[in-house]
Design a protein around this ligand. Structure first.
Ligand code: XAI
Ligand code: MG
Length: 609
C-alpha cells in the first residue's frame, strides 16, 4: 500500500501554483514534483570544532540525493560548544538548546512538508535534539555525526581538553608545559576525543539503529567518515522508497527506536561507561517517541550490565581506540554473547541488530571485510581541520578482550555496570553516578556537607581551600528549573582533581556533568532544590552517607528534623526554594524554558499539555 507523500501538499494541484513557483525558485525541476522531498538537516557552525568541518558535506549530500532524481534542500540548526560555554553563564543555554534544536527541525520539516531527513549532528545537544525531532516527525530518518576528534598527543601521551582544564588550575604544572598541552589537546575537527557526551550520544544513535556502523567511532578526519555520509544517502533513499511506495513502516524512527532498542542502548551506555548526560537524553527521546522508558528501567539495567570498556576520562583510551577494537557493534557483540541484548530489532539499513552484530563484531567468524575497513580507520596525526581528508590505517586491530580497550564479560572492569542510580532522602526520585569513573575505594563514603548555592561559589570554594579532604560538596539550585538549564559541573570536578582532592571528596548536585567528569560525582539529584527537593535543606557540616553498592544516598538527620527544615523553608513564601543572593542574569528566553521544564528524572523535558 502506498503512503501519500507529505510534500504533495505543496507540490500537487492547481491551487499550489504559488508554492510550486517558489519551489522552482529554490531549484526544484518539473521532474521533482510528486517525488519525495528530502531535507538535509545540518548543524554546521564555525563556533564548534565538532561542526566546523560540516560546511560542504550538506551540499555533497544534496548532490547525491539529486542524482537519484529527488529534490533535497539543506537547512541548519544551532550548535553550542559546551567546552567553550563551560564555567560561565553561557552554559545556562546548553541544555535548553536541545529543545530549540528539536523544535527548529520540527518547524522546518512540518512547515515545508518534508518526506524524509538526513540528520548531520555531532556535539552534545545536537544529536539528542535531532533524535527528539525525528521521533516527533516519525518520517524516514538517518543520522550521521561529524565524528570524533583525534586525541591530542604530548610526550607520547594521549590527552584532550579535560587534561588542559585540570592542569590549568594545578600549581605543580609549569606555564610552559600547560602551553604545550593547550596547543596539542584538540588537534583536529570533530567532537572531543574521549567518552564525552557527544561521542556517547553518537554511539547510542548507532546502538539504537538510526545510524550506520562506525558512526560513533570513526574519526572526523578519515575518508571513511565521508563514506558514512555517502552510505547514509543510499539508506535514506531506500528507506524513503520502501516506506512511501511499499508502505513498509519498519524503517520509521518509531519502529526502530522501540522500547527494546532503548533498553539495548541504555545497556550499551552502561557497558561502555558513557556520559551521564545520556540518561537525560534517552529519557527525553523516549518521551518524544511515546516509549515507556524510565529511571527505574535504568536502575534495573545498571544492576545487570557489566562495565566492559573504559575510555577517557576514565582511562588512557580515546574513541579512536574503541574504533580500533571493533567499535560499538563489537561491544554489543560481547554483550550479545552474554545474552544481554534483544537483537531482533530493526535498523535503518534494513538489518536486524543480530545481523549487524554478526557482520561487524570483529570477534565473529561471520565478520565482513567492510567491518575491517571501518575499524581500521586511524587518526592521521597533526593538526587537521578537514573532514575525510586522510586515509591512515591501523596495522592491527585490538581484539584483546582480556586487557584491551573492549573487555569480554568474563574480564569486565566491574560486573555491576559503569553507571548507577542512587536513591535516598536527598534524592527521592533518584540521582546518577558514573561508577566507571569512581575509585572503588570510595564506593562507600561518609562526609560533612559543604554547601554552595551556585557553581561559581563552589569553584571559588574548591580553589580557595574552603573544601577539605572528606567533604561532600553540595552544589544546588543548578537544576533544570533552578539554574535554569542544569549546567555541567566540569570545572568544579576538574578543579577537585587539580587540588588533588578528587579521591577524597564527593560532589553532589542537582545540576549535571560533562562526560569529562570523573570521581565520586553524583548529579541529576531529583527533585531539584528549586522544585522543593531535600537537597535544598542540607546545611553545612551535616553528615551525608553515600553507598554505591547499596545504591543509596542519605542525609543523616532524623525524619523529624528534615520535616522541621522543610516547614521552615516553606514558610519563606515566595522566597522559599530559591538560591538567594547570587549574580546571575537569567534572560526571558531562559525564564520561558524554566517555566515549562520538568525535573532530571523525567529527562528535563518541557511539560506541555
Ligand atoms: C566539553 C565536553 C567534554 O564535551 C562536555 O560538554 C561533555 O558533556 O562531555
Ligand atoms: Mg556537555
Amino acid at each position: 500500500m502506498q503512503i501519500p507523500l507529505r510534500s504533495n501538499t505543496t507540490t500537487q494541484g492547481r491551487r499550489m501554483a504559488g508554492a510550486r513557483s517558489l519551489w522552482r525558485a529554490n531549484g526544484m525541476k518539473e521532474e521533482h514534483f510528486g517525488k519525495p522531498l528530502i531535507a538535509v538537516v545540518n548543524s554546521f557552525t564555525q563556533f564548534v570544532p565538532g561542526h566546523a568541518h560540516l560546511h560542504n558535506i550538506g551540499q555533497h549530500i544534496k548532490g547525491l540525493i539529486e542524482k537519484q532524481g529527488y529534490f533535497a534542500a539543506e537547512f541548519n540548526t544551532i550548535a553550542i560548544d559546551d567546552g567553550i560555554a563551560m564555567g560561565h553563564d553561557g552554559m545556562l543555554y546548553s541544555l535548553p538548546s536541545r529543545d530549540v534544536i528539536a523544535d527548529s527541525v520540527e518547524y522546518m520539516c512540518n512547515a515545508h512538508k518534508v518526506d524524509a531527513i538526513v540528520c548531520i549532528s555531532n556535539c552534545d545537544k545536537i544529536t539528542p535534539g535531532m533524535l527528539m525531532a525525528a521521533m516527533r516527525l516519525n518520517i524516514p530518518a538517518v543520522f550521521v555525526s561529524g565524528g570524533p576528534m583525534e586525541a591530542g598527543e604530548v610526550d607520547d601521551r594521549h590527552l584532550d581538553l579535560v587534561d588542559a582544564m585540570v592542569m590549568a588550575a594545578d600549581s605543580n604544572i609549569s606555564d610552559e608545559y600547560l602551553a604545550k598541552v593547550e596547543e596539542n589537546a584538540c588537534p583536529t575537527c570533530g567532537s572531543c576525543s574521549g567518552m564525552f557526551t557527544a561521542n556517547s550520544m553518537n554511539c547510542l544513535a548507532e546502538a539504537i539503529g538510526l545510524a550506520l556502523p562506525g558512526n560513533g567511532t570513526i574519526v572526523a578526519t578519515h575518508a571513511n567518515r565521508k563514506r558514512l555520509f555517502e552510505e547514509a544517502v543510499e539508506k535514506i533513499i531506500a528507506a524513503t522508497q520502501t516506506y512511501y511506495y511499499e508502505g513498509n513502516d519498519k524503517v520509521l524512527p518509531r519502529s526502530i527506536a522501540t522500547r527494546d532498542a532503548f533498553l539495548n542502548a541504555m545497556k550499551l551506555d552502561i557497558a561502555m561507561g558513557g556520559s551521564t548526560n545520556t540518561v537525560l537524553h534517552l529519557l527525553a527521546i523516549a518521551h518524544e517517541a511515546g516509549v515507556d522508558f524510565t529511571m527505574s528501567d535504568i536502575d534495573r539495567l545498571s544492576r545487570q550490565t557489566p562495565n566492559l570498556c573504559k575510555v577517557a576520562p576514565n582511562s588512557h583510551y580515546h574513541i579512536q581506540d574503541v574504533n580500533r577494537a571493533g567499535g560499538i557493534l563489537s561491544i554489543m557483540g560481547e554483550m550479545e554473547r552474554g545474552g544481554l541484548l534483544e537483537t531482533n530489532v530493526n535498523r535503518i539499513d534494513g538489518k536486524t541488530l543480530a545481523e549487524a552484530i554478526s557482520e561487524y563484531d570483529i570477534k565473529r567468524e561471520t565478520v565482513t571485510e567492510d567491518a575491517f575497513r571501518r575499524f581500521k580507520s586511524a587518526p592521521g596525526g597533526g593538526r587537521n581541520l578537514v573532514m575525510g581528508s586522510q586515509e591512515s590505517t591501523f596495522k592491527v586491530l585490538d581484539d584483546d578482550r582480556e586487557k584491551g580497550c573492549i573487555r569480554s564479560i568474563e574480564h569486565a572492569y566491574n560486573k555491576d555496570g559503569g553507571l548507577a542510580v542512587l536513591f535516598g532522602n536527598i534524592a527521592e526520585k533518584g540521582c546518577i553516578v558514573k561508577t566507571a569513573g569512581v575509585d572503588s575505594s570510595i564506593f562507600q563514603f561518609k562526609g560533612k556537607a559543604r554547601v554552595f548555592n551556585s557553581q561559581e561559589d563552589a569553584v571559588n570554594g574548591i580553589l580557595g581551600d574552603a573544601v577539605q579532604k572528606g567533604d561532600v560538596i553540595v552544589i544546588r539550585y543548578e537544576g533544570p528549573k533552578g539554574g535554569p538549564g542544569m549546567q555541567e559541573m566540569l570545572y568544579p570536578t576538574s578543579y577537585l582533581k587539580s587540588m588533588q582532592l578528587d579521591k577524597y571528596c564527593a560532589l553532589i548536585t542537582d545540576g549535571r556533568f560533562s562526560g569529562g567528569t570523573s570521581g565520586l560525582s553524583i548529579g541529576h539529584v531529583s527533585p531539584e532544590a528549586a522544585g522543593g527537593g531535600a537537597i535544598g535543606l542540607i546545611r553545612d557540616n551535616d553528615d551525608i552517607e553515600i553507598d554505591i553498592t547499596r545504591r543509596s544516598i542519605n542525609l543523616l538527620i532524623s525524619e523529624e528534623e528534615l520535616a522541621e527544615r522543610r516547614k521552615a523553608e516553606d514558610a519563606k513564601g515566595k522566597d522559599a526554594w530559591q538560591a538567594g543572593e547570587r549574580e546571575r542574569n537569567v534572560s526571558k528566553a531562559l525564564k520561558a524554558y524554566a517555566s515549562f521544564v520538568s525535573s532530571a528524572d523525567l529527562g528535563a523535558v518541557r511539560l506541555i499539555d
